[in-house]
Design a protein. Structure first.
Length: 422
């Protein structure tokens, strides 16, 4: 899945590509579980209220932290320890309208979903008008300063983001000690109408454990843009020797190309022989935990399918006793990645069961399930003995949240669940 990071030292809601070590029990899944626990995360009894700028500014401490994003005020006090970028980064936006900082760092994050249980209320209309006036004045001052500068050494650079809004980015290195290695594009081929399979080669062996990801780093107008992607396999039609991930000088990536995506447009424009910088792997998933279970349930939405590729391969070709159930959510039939391959694999291997779900089927002949993830779909799909099952989830935050909520409703033990980051 594509994730965007514009270069900045300011993070208002948690940049997942600039992570700190979180305490045990502070993962994304733990945060979603806390949101569904019934605990009041708003601090105001769950009653939505109109918030003045003075009230917002008064909640500016770690133990009493409010933040405003896009006109909505959230109490992020309980979120502090779950914030992937660390407490200090989140504190940069506390007590303020942090919309600008948020858009700089990770505009792709669905804050409304992530912080849905933390809503205090909205800023009152007079506050919004005042903030808009301040923004316009500051922007005009900055524009005048930009016109006066003669070299680029003392001012922030303006960078156009994917939705054509202007944000400011600092031209400094953001790798934070992460090791990057040069990988050369060997080939790319279409998978469907908007997804490509890329193969990158390197003289530097980089073995990526199952369920882990790496980051691609690009230089855009003097700033670094970082995206994270999960390596996949060349195909899923059985073993032929080339599948062995020990050939770590070759990495395959399944990447959706976005019309206005900064990184994916750069990737799509690469020619054989061009290179990208690829980081060491990151992640906390341990495939060995699956040895304790006989049933593996995979819930994937869109390119959330990528970490499932190697899980399916591992279960079917490296074990003899694992049954795999994949429920794959997409918008239209044409969006389904590797459908023919999955159908053939399921036909040849009785241990694999695949169910496709479309939210907006355009074909009247579609006979499969329609809609979004829900209890009725899952209860007919989960194995009879859920205690012997382990579930992996990957997709947008809202999809992961709904999946966990429905699994909990069905009494599926959440200790047997791993949600990959989105």
């Amino acid at each position: 899945m594509e994730a965007k990071r514009s270069q900045s030292t300011a993070s208002a809601t948690g940049n997942p590509r600039n992570k700190v070590a979180l305490k045990p029990g502070r993962s994304l899944m733990d945060w979603i579980r806390l949101g569904h626990s019934g605990k009041d995360l708003t601090g105001v009894g769950g009653r939505s209220t109109e918030v003045t700028i003075d009230q917002l500014r008064s909640h500016n401490r770690q133990e009493d932290a409010w933040i405003c994003l896009k006109g909505r005020v959230y109490n992020v006090t309980h979120y502090m320890e779950y914030h992937p970028g660390g407490v200090d980064e989140l504190m940069r936006g506390v007590g303020t309208d942090a919309t600008g900082l948020f858009n700089q760092v990770h505009q792709w994050v669905n804050a409304e979903s992530m912080l849905s249980k933390c809503v205090v209320g909205r800023l009152d209309s007079s506050t919004l008008t005042m903030l808009a006036s301040d923004f316009l004045a500051n922007r005009n001052d900055q524009t005048s300063a930009d016109r006066r500068k003669e070299d680029g050494s003392s001012a922030l650079d303006d960078t156009e983001t994917e939705d054509s809004t202007i944000v400011q980015s600092l031209p400094v290195d953001i790798s934070n000690g992460t090791n990057y290695h040069r990988f050369i594009l060997h080939s790319k081929e279409p998978i469907n109408h908007n997804t490509r399979l890329f193969r990158f080669d390197s003289s530097h062996p980089l073995k990526v454990p199952i369920g882990h990801h790496v980051s691609f780093r690009f230089n855009v107008q003097g700033s670094h843009v970082v995206r994270s992607y999960t390596p996949v396999l060349r195909h899923l039609a059985g073993r032929d020797g080339s599948q062995d991930q020990s050939q770590a000088n070759q990495l395959y990536f399944m990447i959706k190309i976005y019309d206005e995506g900064t990184a994916t447009q750069l990737l799509d424009a690469l020619k054989a022989g061009d290179y990208v910088d690829v980081s060491d792997h990151e992640g906390n998933f341990d495939v060995d935990v699956l040895n304790l279970y006989s049933e593996i349930v995979l819930l994937a939405a869109g390119t959330g399918f990528t970490p499932m590729v190697r899980l399916i391969d591992w279960a079917l070709f490296e074990t003899q006793d694992k049954n795999v159930r994949l429920m794959f959510f997409n918008r239209e039939k044409k969006d389904i990645i590797w459908k023919n391959t999955l159908d053939l694999l399921a036909e040849q291997n009785p241990r694999l069961q695949v169910c496709y779900v479309l939210s907006e089927p355009q074909d009247d002949l579609w006979e499969g399930p329609v809609g979004r993830i829900r209890k009725g779909l899952l209860e007919n799909f989960l194995p009879p003995c859920i205690d012997s099952a382990f579930c992996c989830i990957c997709g947008p935050v809202q999809f992961v949240s709904q999946a966990l909520e429905n699994l909990e409703t069905l009494k599926f033990p959440l200790r047997n669940v791993h949600a990959f980051g989105s």
